[in-house]
Ligand binder design. Sequence first.
Ligand code: IVH
Length: 695
Amino acid sequence: MYSQKEINELLEQTSLFIKNSEDKHYIELNITQLRNVLKFHEYNYYVLNNALINDYEYDFLFKLLADTEKNNEHLITQDSPTQRVGSSLNEGFATVQHLVPMLSLDNSYEAADLLDFDRKVKEGSNLPTIEYCIEPKFDGASISLIYENDILVRATTRGNGVEGDDITNNIKQIRSIPLSAPFSKYGIQQIEIRGEVIMTKAAFHQYNESLIQQGLPTVANPRNTAAGSLRIKNPQEIAARNLDAFLYHVSYLQTNNNTHITTTHAEQLAMLWDCGFRSTEKEKVVVKNIQEVINYVSAFEEKRDNLPYEIDGMVIKVNNLALQDKLGITSHHPRWAIAYKFKARQATTTLIAVEFQVGRTGAVTPVAKLTPVFIGGVTVSSISIHNEDYIKEKDLKIGDTVLIERAGDVIPQIVKSIIDKRNGTEQSIVFPTKCPVCNNTLYKEDEEAVWRCINIECTAQVVEKIIHFASKDAMDIKNLGEANIRKFYTLNLLKDIPEIYKIDFTKIVTLEGFGKKSITNLQTAIEASKQQPLYRLIYGLGIRFVGETTAKTLANSVEHLLDFQHKTIEELQQLEDVGIKVAKSIQQFFSNASNIHMLQELAQLGVQLKNLKKETVQSHELAEQSFLFTGTLTKLKRSDAEALVEQYGGKIVSSVSAKLNYLVVGADAGSKLEKAKKINSIKIISEEEFLKLIG
Ligand code: IVH
């Protein structure tokens, strides 16, 4: 897209705009260039995943452009980066016709189906072997984009294939989709491009974490969230979901001299890439014949879970465009392409019962018990069905045949009840009015979907709180897992969190299954947990809406945990990502006398309540440095290595970009290492070097 010379120029202009930001005349005079600079940085960040400036600099330049345009409305252009920020809500979506019907794909499941497809292609073309292009089959929502004279004029959902909804405003929120693209250099006047809007696994988890922090119900999987986002009313809400898009097909093309500018599908992907799109250029492979297709797709299935996004198969396309034309289409799918679907991660089974579990916040969660079924490599026998509203919405009944899905690292879920299979014996799921553990009356707040047991002495809550406190992401007390905690609790050996540090080991020795060694291990782990970093303790306290990220923010903001006793809701809200709901919950926790008493007791028992990081970290070499681990580490567990970085004030990032300071490389490192090698500023170090670095 950009030559090295252009890159150098754009970087130089970036500095000039920052330097001359006070000079209104200069900015107005060079506003087109400023827009180009912003587009260039959007492209690097969102398409190449390789930021060349930091967020602060980008936001600064963006504001500079927005302010200049505000004062000079005549200078605004349709493709200005500021025009993504649609302020108006969508009032329904107009139905529009696609330039070319959006067809589906024929499916294949095994090598024999692919051989059959190849045979038909050969028959239709009279060629002995066919060259194919293979791409991932993205599991998202398909869209079509139209650019006229280089400007994005319309974006549409698939709809019924002939007409879809005009979702242009919403699509403009996806920053990897350019608002303008230099198609004119190829002589293209109008082009229709197809692609898939997806949510990466990372964006999905981040979005769910933000929902948890706002006390909202989480979303079930990336595909539905991406699809649902397209028709959302408020475009700004889409921006917050960090959607992505891959473009994989040119469905219509009009040039000013009617010449063919590309002869293969792979060339079209390259052209789209060159025009600034995240096309499947970097994901595709071109192979010589169907046997190579079969080898490639079966090997790729293994890699599926390592990708940063969900795919449900591969798409195989005849590479030659003239041959595609010759083969043509049926009313349902093109004859020149086929989807190869990976093994189903869906299965049907029976919902045999519903159990109600009480969590550490008192929330009562219904859990569907299923006839065990094997999907995606694991046996599933129970699935959370979230809350009463969810049960109603999905119309679930005991005795129903249900469709279950397990996609990648997303937890299993019930897709739907298969109503046609009902025979009248199914029973409604009745939500209890009393706590299934302590029998106290359950309550539900107006705006909440969840019923809660508010008895803080409810056994279930107490045990769940201890389990959470000792868990891996909290105080990480090895050997004090769920089973042991339940056992100790029932035997009256562990009744609340502080008692972890007062366990009478002479009694544990007498228990079956506890040898000398396991007791020593347990003692050591409990002792070691006293010095865990403050954020782990905060997270372990299980304060409502305080996840790991918020716990880190909170820990960094104080010298001592009990400082929170004196913080007002307003002060708490000043912290990053702490909204009113979270702030209230924190304030409530620290104004409760028994909570303070518990913390004081923990301190007396030797648990560290001070923020040691604040005292030691600033001077450490790792402070403020960003790290990413790739490949298999041999000396440390990945999570321990990451914890060490954070303990010394460093940050863990999830992808390779110019913002990364250190890439720590273990065995069998893959694409992250390759990518990092291209960015000079990243220090690539081994696990040993990392250990030396932290001293
Ligand atoms: S090509 C005319 N390529 O799968 C052919 N489709 O099940 C247009 N999909 O409707 C489709 N990844 O939404 C193509 N690399 C890819 C794809 C892909 C996902 C979707 C697309 C299509 C559906 C068919």
